[in-house]
Design a protein around this ligand. Structure first.
Ligand SMILES: NC(=O)c1ccc[n+]([C@@H]2O[C@H](COP(=O)([O-])OP(=O)(O)OC[C@H]3O[C@@H](n4cnc5c(N)ncnc54)[C@H](OP(=O)(O)O)[C@@H]3O)[C@@H](O)[C@H]2O)c1
Length: 351
């Protein structure tokens, strides 16, 4: 039988194009899977890593977070998966620094605790949009105590329950604003929050109102509307029966932070969870933190929620993928497209 060979899109130096070349075929350690990738997705983080070398611990580097494919090898102490299973998984080169943990390869090591069976009705291309955003969304919603996102910056700790498989979802009587409801992380947080019974008010582009509602937002406001802040405050006040928890800011620019703090000031404070470091010196009644989207808090969601929720449609593979091409050589082009900006889609390369 012919032995499999691996290839990867390597980063050899900061701010240079990825180069496709031979890579060692990984093996699965304890608690790990080797995945034969069928599709990988691009995240803005990948562009930061390429441009600045941030988080790169070993050169040359293979990075990338989202994989969908078949289990090629199962490590010791893994009970939930067998060779040949169709799965999606969150690859964690971001924290391990090991090239074999990067998604931009034909074969990638994924922790079994960050993987789930992909139902047969869902394509690998669709499934690849889920993993990193899913773990980010759990980190937004469910951490109970502030941890460390980076030096001097705590994680948020909204302490909300995990999403429920019940349909309809029982209401939790709470309300969350998702700023950037059409982004990958914002739309996934909207889906999970809605599946937790939280009333979501989303801020997105006017052309993405239907998309954000489809993800579970009950009301959506246009981020380009000069009155967006007043409209969001009014909507929260009108919905008096829901306790206002705070804001998840998936955009994190000076403008969105200013809006966040105005909303929070008018409503007596609350959580400000963000994808980047929040402003320093927020008022005492604002609990601000930045997510770091690799966290074992997501393990029960991976284990108990993802597959049945995908099967019933409670969890959907959104935003929908845009296929950039087939083959590792298309990843560089996909990174370029990601940098140019996307709207309510996730860039995917098929392999
Ligand atoms: N800290 C962490 O662990 C972590 C994890 C994951 C991601 N991130 C960061 O989170 C950010 C989002 O990542 P992503 O993959 O979700 O992004 P994305 O899908 O590429 O974001 C694109 C979306 O941003 C929306 N947008 C742009 N400006 C906006 C504004 N002013 N108000 C509202 N929406 C706006 C666009 O909305 P419209 O098209 O509707 O206008 C578009 O749909 C990135 O900066 C990423 O680096 C951090």
């Amino acid at each position: 039988m012919a032995t499999s060979t691996n290839q990867a899109a390597w980063l050899h130096k900061i701010n240079t194009p990825l180069q496709v070349g031979v890579a060692p075929l990984p093996t699965a350690g304890s608690g790990e899977l080797v995945v034969k990738n069928a599709a990988i997705a691009i995240n803005p983080l990948d562009c930061h890593m390429q441009d600045s070398g941030v988080f790169v611990q070993q050169w040359p580097a293979i990075f990338g977070c989202d994989v969908a494919g078949e289990v090629y090898e199962v490590g010791a102490d893994v009970q939930r998966f067998k060779k040949g299973d169709r799965i999606i998984g969150h690859a964690v080169n971001l924290v391990s620094g090991r090239p074999q943990d990067g998604a931009f390869a034909l074969y990638t090591v994924v922790l079994a605790g960050k993987a789930a069976i992909l139902p047969s009705a869902i394509s690998f291309t669709d499934g690849a949009v889920v993993p990193f955003a899913l773990e980010a969304a759990v980190c937004v919603l469910s951490l109970k105590a502030p941890g460390v996102a980076m030096a001097g910056v705590p994680t948020p700790a909204l302490g909300l329950p995990y999403p429920s498989l019940l349909r309809p979802t029982p209401s939790l009587g709470k309300m969350l604003v998702v700023y950037g409801g059409s982004s990958s992380v914002g739309s996934m947080t909207t889906q999970l929050a809605a599946a937790t019974g939280i009333h979501v008010i989303s801020i997105a582009g006017a052309h993405n109102f239907d998309f954000s509602k489809h993800c579970g937002a009950t009301q959506v406001f246009d981020h380009k509307d000069p009155s967006v802040v007043e409209k969001v405050i009014e909507a929260i006040r009108e919905s008096g029966r829901h306790e206002f928890v705070g804001i998840f800011d998936a955009i994190a620019t000076p403008e969105t932070y200013e809006h966040d703090l105005t909303i929070l000031a008018k409503l007596g404070g609350g959580h400000l969870a963000s994808v980047h470091p929040p402003p320093a010196n927020v008022p005492d009644n604002v609990k601000a933190g930045m997510i770091f989207a690799v966290n074992d808090i997501a393990t029960p969601v991976w284990r108990d929620y993802v597959t049945p929720a995908l099967e019933t449609g409670k969890l959907q593979c959104l935003p929908p993928p845009t296929i950039v091409g087939k083959g590792l050589e298309h990843i560089q082009d996909a990174m370029k497209k990601s940098k140019a900006g996307v709207s309510a889609t996730k860039l995917v390369v098929e392999l």
